[in-house]
Write a protein that binds this ligand. Sequence first.
Ligand code: FES
Length: 176
Amino acid sequence: MSEQASNLDKLASLQPTEAEVTAFLDASRVSPESNLIGVLQAVQERFGFLPAAALRQASRRMRIPLSRIYGVVSFYAQFYTEPHGRHTVRCCRGTACHVRGGKKVIQAVGDALNLDDGETSEDMMFSFETVACLGACALSPVVVIDGAYYGKVTPRRIQTVLSRIIADESKREDGK
Ligand code: FES
């Protein structure tokens, strides 16, 4: 099987069934009174991303046009419509970070994870992305991992942080 075909199979296998989505939205009591952002966050927390089936069902249940839901989803960088890694690493490529060595930090993260900007590792452990500004320019260069800010980072420090996460993940795997 080609690498591309096996990746597509893997992505397809990560999609929940319609029944799983229904069960989750039933249990969450999603209705016209629900808060859209809250529902989207809950769905993403449960499935790791926003499956199309969940967005369709949420649209029907909340009586919000699907196009509006997609508008909200694309507005917020926190939401993903594709399967996403268990850990999200965001590097800033903004000017303040760039002039303080951000490019080397981005390179170090890419090398440590063996990923390019916008990619997710095959084992779904990491997603890597660069963003225009992480809103913490005084701390530049900045990297955000799973929502935690790391300021004034160096390539070596961020590689140490990533190695720790990788070590924790393999301990978790071994303990299964
Ligand atoms: S430019 Fe990097 S946090 Fe603003």
